[in-house]
Design a protein around this ligand. Structure first.
Ligand code: NAD
Length: 357
């Protein structure tokens, strides 16, 4: 089979980590008899410098014409002073919106061989953990009405959290599908004791799951309790679904529990099979161009693309097994290095993974 992949390297370490992931994809293609073709397109600061906008129209068109999209990261010191609408990060929000990607799936996986990297006590994480957070991505307070004004001589500002039943149902579908492929257990996180929008979220989640996925057992957890449970007993969770703002915060907390931001990938999906796959970390301008970045998050993002957009589960498994093997053999990039391990750079780490596929 032939697959056309749009590649958006972006800024900072983006080009280095993407190069590693493409190398692994090529090797996987050779091994399993697929042809992956790559179209590189500009986004973020690199696009601002070359085209005066963080998201040129032809980048959007290229992504929409592809079978799926791999992204590095955007942003950097150079563009930090630009106004909100012309910043590199605007390119990211724009491409998610243009591709109609309303769900963000972030597996926070702690690999057994990296258990020592977790800030949690070893008895809590000794068997590894994998919490998959499904976050609603293009609704809620980040996209709701907002404004500023003046009242009684004081300046004020406001934002709105608003969800409709179809918005909740479509994210419920993605979460239930995932739960069906795993333990058939779904935790839905909200703040229904206070927020009206959360009460609608909770009711809709249960009604939708009961009607379309009766085998999935839905449990509700309040967001404040969830924040505690992630550090108290993270192994109790499997698939978790929540709103845009809660997901933003909780997925960073879950990522931290795994110990390394350089190991975690995410995917954003909409109605079709085309998705946007990326590492969860940023462009790490502090280490850009030094060949020290960890490419594993981006390699995992590419592997998720094979599984979730192209239904190539064996190929996904081969990449994950290769990563596991490299880690078990003691190879580490600087961010996950501990004494007694073999320190390697970005390029070498990608090559080691390739060699084990
Ligand atoms: P960051 O994730 O880029 O870096 C945080 C820390 O983690 C840094 O010390 C960095 O060196 C380290 N790090 C990150 N990825 C790593 C990797 N693969 N290997 C080894 N170390 C790694 O977050 P930040 O410093 O807050 O942001 C830097 C820039 O990235 C900002 O401009 C920010 O807006 C942008 N950003 C972009 C995205 C994205 O493109 N999705 C996400 C977050 C931040």
């Amino acid at each position: 089979m032939k697959y056309n992949i749009a590649v958006l390297p972006g800024d900072g370490i983006g080009p280095e980590i993407c190069a590693g992931a493409l190398k692994v994809l090529k090797k996987t293609g050779e091994k399993f008899g697929h042809e992956f073709s790559f179209t590189e397109l500009p986004i973020g600061g690199a696009a601002i410098d070359a085209y005066g906008t963080p998201l040129p129209d032809f980048t959007v068109e290229g992504c929409l014409a592809s079978d799926s999209v791999l992204l590095g990261a955007v942003g950097g010191y150079k563009w930090d002073k630009l106004p909100g609408d012309s910043r590199p990060e605007k390119g990211l929000l724009g491409i998610r919106k243009a591709m109609g990607l309303y769900s963000n799936i972030r597996p926070a996986k702690l690999w057994k061989s990296l258990a020592a990297a977790s800030p949690l006590k070893s008895e809590l994480v000794k068997d590894g953990i994998e919490i998959i957070i499904v976050r609603e991505l293009i609704g809620g307070i980040y996209f709701g009405e907002r404004g500023r004004g003046e009242e009684n001589g004081f300046e004020y500002a406001w934002d709105t959290e608003k969800y409709s039943v179809p918005e909740i149902e479509r994210i419920a579908r993605i979460a239930c599908e995932l739960a069906m492929k795993r333990g058939k257990k779904l935790v839905s996180v909200d703040k229904a004791n206070v927020l009206e929008s959360s009460r609608l979220w909770r009711r809709t989640m249960h009604e939708y799951a009961a009607k379309h996925y009766p085998e999935v057992q839905v449990t509700d957890v309040l967001v404040d309790n969830m924040a505690m449970q992630i550090v108290k007993n993270p192994a109790q969770f499997d698939v978790v679904v929540t709103s845009n703002i809660f997901g933003d915060i909780l997925s960073d907390e879950a990522a931290q529990v795994t110990g390394s931001i350089g190991m975690l990938a995410s995917s954003s999906l909409g109605d079709g099979t085309r998705g946007l796959y990326e590492p969860i970390h940023g462009s790490a301008p502090d280490i850009a161009g030094q060949d020290v970045a960890n490419p594993i998050a981006t390699i995992l993002a590419a592997a998720m693309m094979l599984r979730d957009s192209f239904s190539l589960s064996a190929e996904y498994g081969a990449i994950v097994a290769a990563i596991e093997k490299v880690l078990d053999e003691g190879y580490r990039t600087a961010d996950i290095y501990s004494e007694g391990c073999k320190k390697v750079g970005c390029r070498e780490m990608a090559q080691l993974i390739c060699d084990r596929i």
